[in-house]
Design a protein around this ligand. Structure first.
Ligand SMILES: [Zn+2]
Length: 156
């Protein structure tokens, strides 16, 4: 007769503790990755001038992210449970000191263009032109067609 070995309650406790620790570490690493993304994934600048404002912000945030990456990859320091959460919180605090603001973003300008006609007037959503430009464009197209028709001899 075979018997299935049953773990002692002490083994269960140890397995449970290890599983909880692994879960906590996974959550911390995910939070660290999210914080690093918050640091680096900032909006693109709309123009060269905007990029001159964005670049120093981006570089400061790269430094902030590197500090967290050093913390995450330093085995000596990872012994303390508080160290990674503290390092993540520190990164987020530093990002607050280097906000990705003060420049026009590519998305902002694209949205602005989507709402503005080439003449600078607002245009209806989904249209390329404002009503005035659309009317002018239509009149010009019609004149071109009439001119073409007048130049074309009709064959009998
Ligand atoms: Zn227009």
């Amino acid at each position: 007769m075979t018997s299935i070995p049953s773990p002692s309650p002490r083994t269960y406790d140890a397995m449970h503790a290890r599983a909880e620790k692994a879960e906590q570490l996974a959550a911390e690493r995910l939070d660290a990755l999210q914080a690093i993304r918050e640091a680096l994934d900032i909006p693109y600048a709309a123009t060269v001038g905007d990029d001159e404002i964005r670049t120093p912000i981006a570089l400061a945030r790269v430094m902030d992210a590197v500090i967290l990456l050093r913390s995450l990859t330093d085995p000596g320091r990872l012994q303390a449970d508080w160290y990674v959460p503290h390092s993540i919180a520190y990164l987020r605090e530093m990002l607050g000191a280097h906000p990705a603001t003060g420049y026009r973003t590519w998305d902002q300008v694209r949205a602005e263009q989507a709402r503005t006609c080439r003449c600078g007037q607002p245009k209806p959503e989904g249209n390329d032109l404002c009503p005035a430009c659309e009317k002018a464009e239509g009149a010009a197209a019609l004149a071109a067609l009439r001119s073409l028709a007048a130049d074309t001899e009709v064959q009998p």
